[in-house]
Design a binder for this molecule. Structure first.
Ligand code: CP
Ligand code: NVA
Length: 322
């Protein structure tokens, strides 16, 4: 097990009742605190120690997009914490027939102790959080995927023994949820970030500016480039994601062309550090954004990363809902 990160006892944050919408809403200490707790919860689960911190609590989970990992890890996580999760497909609830987000938020708040939502617009999640009286957790929007990135940080910490000072390189669609949340999360914990994307697919300007500013406080650098070779040079962590995210299916052909030269493959990875690790949030398209020899190779930790969704989210749930 990785050593728990040292925290100033006085800085132990109070997260009860908070929403989890994007990592930029959290302090460095709060993120390290959640990672610490995720490590402890993981150990408890591995040792078979019961940990019913959320006994009797219920999480409502609204899904407007498909999911394997997010749905199953939240559901299993609630069960392991002694609570219960309810899967609410937008196809089946009145939200899908036009009931307002604010009414949905107010009604669900009368029944459940927390709401997780996966949807398209980030503003919808913000609106839900504004009107809900229970914590709202972002389970992916077009703009952000913060629970995934908390799991990614946990995975990096376990494999590298630290976060601060490492170089994380992301190659591919810079304008998607993963690139944005990775940038926000990495600078919070003092990692250098470099993102290589084709023109037209660079990260959101406001998120980039805010990350650069945050990096000045934490000692992280942020580099955005069109050159994958430059971005991956001496990277400790190499990350990619699909070129066509959920909801962009009509652009698939255009994107396949635009992202030529941005595939994570053996040749490109020669530029990373010899002991680099490879992450991908999954689902992956082998031989599009990453070759099979990389994602299934010795540097890849993608299944540890997938498992860590469970442990990282249990820490979030424990502190927000308890
Ligand atoms: N990584 C991730 O969020 O996977 P799912 O879409 O399967 O939930
Ligand atoms: N960027 C991807 C992540 C899937 C977990 C998507 O939004 O489809």
């Amino acid at each position: 097990m990785v050593e728990a990160i040292k925290l100033n006892e006085k800085n132990n944050p109070q997260l009860k009742g908070k929403d989890f919408l994007q990592l930029s809403d959290f302090t460095t200490d709060e993120i390290l605190y959640l990672l610490n707790d995720a490590l402890e919860l993981k150990e408890m689960q591995k040792q078979g120690q019961p940990h019913p911190f959320l006994s009797g609590k219920v999480l409502g989970m609204i899904f407007e997009k498909s999911s394997t990992r997010t749905r199953v890890s939240f559901e299993v996580g609630m069960l392991q914490l002694g609570g219960h999760a309810i899967f609410l497909s937008s196809k089946d609830i009145q939200l899908g027939r036009g009931e307002s987000i604010s009414d949905t938020a107010k009604v669900l708040s009368r029944y459940v102790d927390g709401i997780m939502i996966r949807t398209f617009s980030h503003d919808s999640v913000k609106e839900l959080a504004e009107h809900a009286t229970v914590p709202v957790i972002n389970g992916l929007t077009d703009l952000q995927h913060p629970t995934q990135v908390l799991a990614d940080l946990l995975t990096i910490l376990e494999h590298k023994g630290k976060l601060e000072g490492l170089k994380l390189c992301y190659i591919g669609d810079g304008n998607n949820n993963m690139a944005h949340s990775l940038m926000e999360g990495a600078v919070k914990v003092g990692m250098d970030v470099s993102i290589a994307s084709p023109p037209g697919y660079l990260p959101d300007g406001k998120i980039t500016e805010a990350a650069i500013k945050e990096g000045l406080q934490t000692g992280s650098s942020v580099v955005i480039t069109n050159n994958p070779l430059e971005a991956i040079k001496d990277a400790d962590v190499v990350v990619t994601d699909v070129w066509t995210s959920m909801g962009q299916e009509e652009e698939t052909e255009k994107r396949l062309k635009a992202f030529e030269g941005f595939q994570v493959n053996e040749e490109l990875c020669k530029q990373a550090k010899a002991d680099y690790i490879f992450l991908h949030c999954l689902p992956a398209h082998r031989d599009e954004e990453v070759t099979g020899d990389i994602i299934d190779g010795t540097h890849s930790v993608v299944f540890d990363e997938a498992e860590n969704r469970l442990h990282a989210q249990k820490a979030i749930l424990k502190h927000l809902l308890a």
